[in-house]
Design a protein around this ligand. Structure first.
Ligand code: DUT
Ligand code: MG
Length: 167
């Protein structure tokens, strides 16, 4: 069935140069998708635990005030343990070099073989705010305060749950 989701995402022109004219441009798989899929420009095989900086064959020029974030694809992560070391990778508006993806194979036993043209990651273009860091002597109080790193509780690991049940 065709995707019925109306695409209300506003369009933004982003200049792109294909360093490799045989590869497709990044593209959104469905209306409303946030990420445009990026293609590998080379074949690469990653052994378990191995990483590689994989070229995508494109350079872009984002308008000022925009950033592109390189996210992993969940299917590759779930099926092969493939992720990105520095996820999300940050592509700055001023960057004119080739976009590359720092892939890592988290699988313990199986290598991952990628072919040139495979969709290896997704690029999310978004606006950002540039902060002016205003130094003060003390920060305003908040309900959370300095609590973090699980201060609100986490989950009980299954092994511990089983142990409590058998008590
Ligand atoms: O996954 C990534 C991350 C970065 N870049 C490019 C675009 C980005 O604008 C530039 C610099 O990235 P970043 O600031 O993350 O790296 P850095 O280690 O801080 O290098 P630099 O000192 O050049 O900023 O490298 C990529 O192509 N892929
Ligand atoms: Mg940097």
């Amino acid at each position: 069935m065709p995707d019925q989701t109306p695409d209300r995402t506003p369009d933004l022109d982003v200049a792109i140069v294909r360093l490799d004219p045989d590869l497709p441009l990044p593209s959104y798989a469905h209306p409303g998708d946030a990420g445009a899929d990026l293609h590998a420009a080379v074949d690469v095989e990653l052994q378990p635990g191995e990483r590689a900086l994989v070229p995508t064959g494109i350079s872009i020029a984002l308008p000022d005030g925009f950033v592109a974030l390189i996210h992993p694809r969940s299917g590759l992560a779930a099926r092969h343990g493939l992720s990105i070391v520095n996820t999300p990778g940050t592509v700055d508006a001023g960057y004119r070099g080739e976009i590359k993806v720092l892939l890592v194979n988290h699988d313990r036993t199986e290598p991952v073989a990628l072919r040139r043209g495979d969709r290896i990651a997704q690029l999310v273009v978004q606006r950002f705010e540039r902060a002016r860091f205003v130094e003060v002597d003390a920060l305003p109080e908040s309900v959370r305060g300095a609590g973090g790193y699980g201060s609100t509780g986490g989950f009980t690991p299954a092994a511990q749950r089983d142990h409590e049940r058998s008590d």
